[in-house]
Design a protein around this ligand. Structure first.
Ligand code: PDD
Length: 282
């Protein structure tokens, strides 16, 4: 397995960065998770747009042009002979001193890891996941803007810990006003009376690329889709609930806080959207 590290491909156990990297010391950096289907990078431009926007927002200089980054991604999958898998692209502020000041970290670290993906078993896509809501709250734009896909994932890790304690694979995070934001690493959708809803990103959700793809598919196949804030009550009484994300694709939810959703398995619209999504990517 070859890891891209600042312009070179190095073997996995030789891909090392400094303990002074501010990505490590402070979570100062950004990342993307990207899928490869049949040797093609899915929504490469969208992921890189989000990466470069995140970088601009936190004043992080990525030492590669957009075009060079695209080429390096392609080279990474070629070098690893990957047809289907996952790319983790990380840009950290780079090594500095122990202070916060990013001016002391003049050289960002750029890392590309290409791997096979551990996804949910196919059974989960049919039967749906059990999930719970958790007490950890999502940052909303008065703190770190959720549009920035930063290395500060402690909120999400706390959600994951709460999910683990509840024995479920993904959990639902609210924002500080009690509106449903997203999962630990997935966006959330609900379906009620044939209408598909997802929270607007200002509620505290990442502007997910799978989310955007699903909104587009809804419009194409004729499901009304609305970006509207909603509460846990709306989730409990929804006909269908599902998560979307690069790793998860479209995964149904069958139970939320011990309330059975719909028939207790993947609903018809969720199933249809997953099928359409897979026909787009494969
Ligand atoms: N997840 N929300 C959060 C907090 C995320 O970390 C992710 C991505 C998503 C879904 O976004 P997208 O559809 O662009 O992947 C939502 C990880 C990194 C992943 O699924 O790979």
């Amino acid at each position: 397995q070859w890891i891209y590290l600042n312009g070179e491909f190095v073997e996995k156990d030789k891909a090392l960065v400094s303990v002074y990297d501010h990505g490590f010391l402070y979570g100062d950096g950004i990342f993307e998770g990207i899928r490869v289907y049949n040797g093609n990078i899915f929504k490469c431009k969208e992921h890189l747009d989000r990466l470069y926007d995140s970088a601009k927002s936190i004043m992080l200089d990525i030492p590669l042009s957009f075009g060079d980054m695209q080429n390096v991604l392609v080279e990474s999958i070629r070098k690893n002979e990957l047809r289907d898998g996952y790319i983790r692209l990380v840009v950290s502020r780079g090594p500095g001193d122990l202070g916060l000041d990013p001016r002391r970290s003049p050289k960002a670290n750029v890392i590309i890891i290409v791997e096979q993906l551990a996804i949910y078993p196919e059974e989960a896509y049919l039967n749906g996941l059990k999930t719970v809501s958790v007490s950890t709250r999502r940052n909303i734009p008065d703190a770190l803007n959720p549009k920035i896909k930063s290395l500060n994932y402690l909120n999400n890790i706390l959600v994951k810990i709460q999910a683990n304690l509840a024995g479920v694979g993904e959990a639902i995070m609210l924002n500080s006003q009690g509106y449903v934001a997203e999962g630990s690493s997935d966006n959330i959708f609900i379906v009620k009376r044939g209408v598909v809803y997802t929270p607007p990103c200002y509620v505290g959700a990442l502007e997910g690329i799978t989310r955007a793809a699903i909104i587009e598919i809804c419009q194409k196949v004729g499901y009304p889709v609305k970006e509207e804030p909603f509460t846990l009550h709306d989730v409990y009484v929804a006909d269908e609930v599902f998560f979307t994300g690069t790793a998860a694709e479209v995964i149904a939810v069958r139970e939320v806080d011990a309330r059975i959703i719909g028939s207790g398995a993947a609903g018809p619209i969720t199933t249809h959207l997953l099928k359409e999504f897979r026909s787009v990517v494969e």
